[in-house]
Design a protein around this ligand. Structure first.
Ligand code: G6P
Ligand code: MN
Length: 451
């Protein structure tokens, strides 16, 4: 293993999340010593707006850390020990399309779930593979990519198929955000919780929530039956997910558990289990992408402009579980801490009745050679079936991307639980091909009449 201090590159440097992640790194410098932070983005202009904010965050904590901002992959990754990836291919403008196109057809419009997530997958798999290749070419041989890029389930499967030996660990902050809320409800720091969980990314269930060896899920069930997975002061517990749409999402844990009280669902299951309700209450002309562009993004850009003018940086970004979690995972990888975290990992029997090679989300011990998944056993038929259908949809989408197959893309869309009929699937897919002309690989129809 390499020795600290580390060189860390952030791919997707222009993200609204970058300042929060860097702030999390700064408060953990004693645990995760850094020699250099590099920001890398293909959109140099956007990155140059965020970079001074990031530099200020660094300088408030350290004068010695070198800070580099680049659009050149060789500069970004040469000799790097860690790469935090958080790319958003097509940026929020394309997220808006992912959300609005399905809604025009009366189907859930969401960043990572349903047709929106599939479309985002078709945009992201190949750029993510390109990033793996840059890292392999330029970075330290033992470098780890810790990946937040969405749609994480599809990205993980795409990378597994195309670059099976890449040192990538795919993660998501949703389970840990749920654990933070559980901790707040139970009056216990989230680090004290040891959970069992099974599923795919944005599609899973907590089955046990241990505190000092005692399962506190019964107590959480009683709270959720009244309030969902929400504390009284939601904004304080979770500044990152405190917009009204997120508050509603946490509340939706209640109707799901009213019907199926056994396990505690990932909030994203609302899109698959109550899609009609979601569509009915969604303004098709103003979706979450608009909320984010008018909220988080605008606020950060305005703060960057103010900082440039006055030299004073207003409070404009959140430092929460999102940043803390990726630093925790990186520490465990760097120092072989074998900490137990919920991550996305090749199944290898962890969920006994899902395919051996499926990319699942389960607890794993994070070693310097990667995650060792913890056995969750066999899951009930209901959950297994939901998971298999979602897995098939996502795997077909990956195959569609690799093979350039229209049929497989249409099968992926048709199999997704949010899509009621094959006609809906085709209409949405065809609109999305149009909207994604600059991003998707060509999809060919092998069985077209006359060919
Ligand atoms: C959670 C999920 C992420 C997702 C994010 C969207 O944190 O784990 O995968 O990207 O929510 O949040 P936003 O505020 O952009 O809607
Ligand atoms: Mn996520």
């Amino acid at each position: 293993m390499f020795k600290p201090p580390f060189i860390l590159s952030i791919a997707g440097g222009g993200s609204t999340y970058t300042p929060g992640i860097v702030k999390s790194l700064m408060v953990r410098l004693a645990d995760f010593p850094l020699a250099e932070i590099r920001l890398y983005d293909i959109d140099g202009e956007r990155q140059s707006v965020i970079a001074p904010v990031v530099e200020k965050v660094i300088r408030d904590h350290s004068q010695s850390i070198k800070f580099t901002v680049t659009t050149d992959p060789e500069v970004a990754f040469s000799g790097a020990h860690f790469v935090f990836a958080q790319m958003r291919v097509g940026q929020y403008k394309m997220r808006e399309q992912d959300e609005k196109i399905p809604l025009r057809h009366g189907v859930v419009g969401q960043e990572t779930c349903g047709p929106g997530g599939l479309a985002y997958g078709l945009r992201t798999i190949l750029p993510m593979v390109e990033l793996c290749d840059f890292v392999e070419r330029y970075a330290n041989q033992k470098a780890w990519i810790v990946n937040y890029s969405n749609p994480a389930a599809i990205v993980a499967e795409g990378v597994r198929r195309l670059r099976p030996n890449a040192r990538v660990l795919n993660i998501c902050d949703m389970p840990v955000a749920a654990m933070r809320n559980m901790g707040a409800i139970l009056g216990v720091d989230r680090h004290k919780l040891e959970v069992d969980y099974f599923g795919l990314n944005h599609f899973g269930w907590f089955t046990r929530v241990l505190v000092d060896g005692e399962d506190r899920l019964p107590e959480l069930r009683r709270h959720i039956a009244k309030f969902g997975l929400l504390t009284e002061d939601a904004a304080q517990t979770d500044p990152q997910h405190s917009d009204p749409s997120w508050v509603k999402t946490w509340r939706h844990i209640k109707p799901i558990m009213d019907h199926f009280p056994e396990f505690l669902p990932n909030p994203y299951l609302q899109y698959y289990l109550m899609p009609n309700d979601i569509v009915e209450h969604q303004n098709p002309d103003y979706t979450r992408a608009n909320e984010v562009m008018d909220g988080r993004e605008k606020k950060l850009f305005a703060a960057a402009a103010e900082y440039k003018q006055t030299g004073i940086l207003p409070d404009a970004f959140h430092v929460g579980v999102h940043g803390a979690f990726i630093v925790d995972v990186a520490c465990s990888l760097a120092f072989d801490l074998r900490q137990r975290h919920l991550v996305i990992v090749e199944n290898k029997g962890a969920i006994a009745n899902l395919p051996y090679d499926a990319m699942v989300e389960v607890p794993a011990y994070i070693t310097s050679e990667g995650p060792e998944p913890v056995r969750m056993g066999a899951v009930p038929l209901f959950h297994q079936t939901l998971l298999m259908q979602q897995l098939a949809s996502e795997q077909l989408l990956v195959e569609a991307t690799i093979e350039g197959s229209y049929e497989k893309a249409l099968q992926a869309f048709t199999l997704n639980r949010t899509v009621p009929t094959m006609q809906h699937a085709k209409a949405i897919l065809d609109d999305m091909i149009e909207a994604n002309r600059d991003y998707w690989p060509q999809l060919q129809q092998a069985w077209k009449d006359g060919e």
